[in-house]
Design a protein around this ligand. Structure first.
Ligand SMILES: [Cu+2]
Length: 173
């Protein structure tokens, strides 16, 4: 940052001030992220479901969920989904294969009884839902409706928030 009319100590003070402002903003945005919209059905809680924005021409999109909680006494399983933005939805997992990050379709993701699973972007499990063959690009800041399909709880209607793509992530898809 540049303050051409400020004296040296004044300038240092302003720089410190703007640093504090940036840190405060960063804290606020992580707070908002942690308290995103929640969707419930039966004993299930879907905490903050979001998709990475896509570049024009990018064929597929990825949907992540910060946390899926299961308060029921029986395990459930996320087995698929449906969304108007894409032709089909697949359940995926990213796996390391000889130092190369690859992803594969899996039959479902088990949500243990009285347990929780992270499908967060960057989580070690690598779980996500894949929007196969998008009808349109996913634009940052927009939202779209989606249906999640669980073996026990059935269909859960959610609204997916489109967030900024993470650098390098889209290349893995
Ligand atoms: Cu994928």
């Amino acid at each position: 940052m540049n303050f051409p009319n400020a004296s040296q100590p004044h300038r240092q003070f302003l720089t410190a001030l703007s640093l504090i402002a940036v840190m405060a903003l960063g804290h606020l945005s992580s707070f908002a992220h942690a308290h995103g919209k929640e969707f419930r059905k039966g004993g299930l809680e879907i905490e903050h479901i979001y998709a990475s924005a896509t570049a024009p021409g990018q064929p597929h999109g990825a949907v992540f969920i910060q946390r899926v909680k299961n308060k029921a006494g029986t395990a459930d399983r996320l087995i698929g989904g449906r969304a108007a933005v894409s032709k089909t939805v697949e359940v995926h997992q990213m796996v390391m294969d000889q130092n190369v990050m690859k992803m594969r379709e899996i039959p479902g993701i088990e949500i243990p009884a009285k347990g929780r699973v992270s499908m967060d972007r960057g989580a070690p499990e690598g779980y996500h839902l894949m929007l196969m063959n998008l009808n349109r690009p996913l634009l940052e800041g927009e939202r779209f409706p989606m249906t999640l399909i669980f073996q026990q709880a059935g269909e859960v209607e959610v609204e997916v928030e489109i967030v900024k793509a993470r650098a390098g992530h889209s290349r893995k898809h």
